[in-house]
Design a protein around this ligand. Structure first.
Ligand code: DUR
Ligand code: ZN
Length: 169
């Protein structure tokens, strides 16, 4: 059977035309679930899919500090694990004087799956910031950088066919 949005029992129903205000409210609600006893900096996030679904996340810290996962990656990984691959926006809610941008690790992971996505961030006072991910992560490293020089399309076209060689001497 072909898997579709309507037959998948775990996928939420799409909610199209959600306003920024509604996404911000969802991010603020997700923030309340943060596990941040070490930093005391609770963060909530929402990732919106192109077809109008959204997935929430909060930061989840650990006594082994380096195992902490940010709210943005929790939201993204929840969406990815439901099969989502096309994203429209990320919304972040934190309590800081200026809107909190995603950390460097989250920028890199978001770039992998979202490309140049819209990022909105807000604080409880309603101060809101907005960036494109490309502005936050210039000269991004991605799969294009993993291609060796002799396998780029231009090089491949110029490369002569391999000569037949014998392994016997
Ligand atoms: O955009 C951000 C920035 C920070 N954090 C978390 C990581 C850590 O738990 C705490 C302090 O850095 O906030 C996020 O979840 N998202
Ligand atoms: Zn992060």
């Amino acid at each position: 059977m072909t898997e579709s949005a309507t037959t998948d029992p775990v996928k939420p129903e799409p909610k199209t035309n959600l306003s920024d205000a509604a996404l911000i409210a969802a991010a603020q609600a997700a923030r309340r679930h943060a596990h941040a006893p070490y930093s005391k900096f609770s963060v909530g996030a929402v990732i919106q899919t192109r077809d109008g679904r959204f997935y929430t996340g909060c930061n989840i810290e650990n006594a082994s500090f380096g195992l902490t996962v940010c709210a943005e990656r929790v939201a993204l990984f929840k969406a990815l694990s439901e099969g989502e691959r096309a994203f429209r926006a990320v919304v972040i809610a934190a309590d800081a004087a200026t809107p909190t941008p995603p950390c460097g690790a989250c920028r890199q992971v978001l770039w992998e799956f979202c490309g140049d996505i819209r990022i909105v961030s807000t604080n409880p006072q309603g101060v809101t910031g907005e960036w494109s991910l490309a502005a936050l992560l210039p000269a991004a490293f991605d799969d294009q950088n993993l291609k060796p020089l002799d396998q780029t399309p231009a090089q491949a076209a110029e490369t002569p066919a391999p000569q037949s060689t014998s392994t016997q001497s």
